[in-house]
Ligand binder design. Structure first.
Ligand code: PEP
Length: 252
């Protein structure tokens, strides 16, 4: 069933103590919220994942990884495999974040391999994609997003869609303070759902959660989340403060 999801991507922020404090703060903020059919997710750095999993055990917070390597094991210095994530209790992984694409040169082909490796290992994939400013300005945003989906995720088996969450993140809105308007988000999310319906079934498309990411804040979350095809958000900067993040969760 389609779920509401608010996910915080903590990127390369917070040491061990700061991570602990943030989770503790978030737990307090949301412990009494009626979170029916709403998932609250946080993605701390690799080194803080295990303690975050343990700390969140008795709460409604899920801990996920920000990335993983596509290979099972071997000579890949500095990388982390699906098996390693699973061994510390991780059940989901973010793949294709625009910073992985632009800074670490992860192209569509690599991301397709990561998607396959994660799904084959029973991990849920939170798959990120989105157009750059130039593509938006030249009215090529739908084309670009369609191509990113086709090249990295539309090849999966129909039964694997229950383990996929899509996150539309226009690159021009990530960390810039500029947000897609609710109408721009809705247009894109409806387009994405339609792409899934055309390539699979309407039922699969209706059940997949599609998150919006890009400068979501307590002040704009409610308007964006009110759109029918926006099922929640992937939040960067504003997820680093328990009060801001919980205000966004309350807006869902
Ligand atoms: C992100 O990095 O996924 C993101 C959406 O960041 P921000 O909310 O800071 O724009």
């Amino acid at each position: 069933m389609r779920q509401k999801i608010v996910a915080g991507n903590w990127k390369m922020n917070n040491d061990k103590e700061e991570t602990k404090t943030l989770i503790e703060g978030l737990k307090k903020e949301i412990e009494n919220l009626p979170l029916d059919n709403t998932r609250v997710i946080v993605a701390p750095s690799f080194v803080n994942l295990e303690s975050a999993v343990n700390q969140s055990e008795d709460s409604n917070i899920e801990v996920v990884a920000q990335n993983m390597h596509q290979t099972k094991n071997g000579a890949y210095t500095g990388e982390v495999s699906a098996d390693m994530l699973k061994s510390i209790g991780i059940k989901s992984v973010i793949i294709g974040h625009s910073e992985r694409r632009s800074i670490f040169n992860e192209n569509d082909e690599i991301l397709a391999e990561k998607v396959d490796a994660a799904l084959a290992n029973g991990l849920e994939v939170i798959f990120c994609f989105g157009e750059k400013l130039e593509e938006r300005k030249t009215d090529n945003h739908l084309l670009e997003v369609g191509s990113q989906l086709k090249n990295s995720i539309l090849h999966i088996a129909a039964e694997d869609w229950k383990n996929v969450v899509l996150a539309y993140e226009p690159v021009w809105a990530i960390g810039t303070g500029e947000t897609a308007s609710p109408e721009q988000a809705q247009e894109m999310h409806a387009f994405i759902r339609n792409v899934v319906a055309k390539n699979f079934t309407q039922e699969i498309a209706d059940n997949v959660s599609i998150l919006y990411g890009g400068s979501v804040k307590p002040t704009n979350a409610e308007e964006i989340f009110s759109k029918p095809d926006v099922d929640g958000g992937l939040i960067g900067g504003a997820s680093l403060k328990a009060t801001d993040f919980s205000a966004i969760i309350k807006a869902i």
